[in-house]
Design a protein around this ligand. Structure first.
Ligand SMILES: O=C(O)COP(=O)(O)O
Ligand SMILES: [Mg+2]
Length: 231
């Protein structure tokens, strides 16, 4: 168990992909359907989970750009605005259609959130996923009641690892960053938290751009969110 003084924390910011929900299956499906709408060589590409795990984390636009550049080895996609626009429209269409169908809530998440709620902690979801997709996913997985406030990758001008979404969350919560705990799965979350001045807890099971989280500067790492115990 990881003991954390309840008196030091006024609210919790929780990341979505890789922390609450394993969404790699959704990303793989949406991207596979997206490339099928594009010309060759993209159309024939088989999207594998391990590649998506490395590319995910910095928002959907970044994920798509990363995939296109991976397929054409950076030759065409980088400056091809028309290709990106086509891919982005197709991706949104397909993601909306399958959102949540190929993803699962990680073990311990529901119990942990219920416990934090019982401890009187307001919670806000801060994700780099577009806010509408995040809200639909939380709804689909029965997690929406924990999060009256969802801040997506398109809610403010900059995404994590920039501190802006976290500072915006604190402002909306009316809490100071130093007493607002960030819970996430990647260096994005940890860097954003450090820059905002929030304490940060990471889970070991998420994506972190395909790297282990032990190297990331964080206050603690847990294997399950239920390991966090308020004392
Ligand atoms: O959509 C992404 O790139 C990752 O989203 P996250 O911030 O919820 O991990
Ligand atoms: Mg994440």
């Amino acid at each position: 168990m990881l003991d954390w003084p309840r008196s030091n924390v006024d609210a919790v910011i929780v990341d979505l992909d890789g922390t609450m929900v394993d969404t790699l299956g959704d990303f793989v499906q949406a991207l596979q359907r997206m490339v099928a709408d594009l010309p060759l060589p993209y159309r024939d590409f088989v999207v594998e989970q391990a590649l998506v795990e490395r590319l995910v984390g910095k928002g959907s636009e970044n994920l798509i750009k990363g995939l296109l550049a991976h397929i054409d080895q950076g030759v065409a996609a980088t400056d091809n605005v028309a290709l990106f626009e086509q891919a982005w429209a197709s991706y949104q269409h397909h993601y909306r259609a399958i959102n949540g169908r190929y993803s699962e809530v990680y073990p311990g998440v529901r119990d942990a959130l219920a416990g934090w709620q019982q401890a009187g902690l307001p919670m806000v979801c801060v994700t780099n996923k577009p806010a509408a997709f995040a809200r639909d996913l939380l709804q689909e997985k029965g997690l929406a009641p924990f999060f009256p406030l969802v801040i997506g990758g398109d809610t403010v001008a900059r995404k994590k690892p920039d501190p802006m979404p976290l500072l915006h969350a604190c402002e909306r919560l009316g809490t100071v960053p130093g007493r607002t705990l960030m819970v996430g799965d990647s260096s994005n979350d940890a860097q954003a938290a450090r820059a905002a001045g929030c304490p940060v807890l990471l889970v070991s099971y998420g994506y972190n751009h395909g790297e282990p989280v032990d190297q990331v500067d964080a206050d603690a790492v847990v294997d399950r969110l239920t390991q966090l115990r308020w004392i």
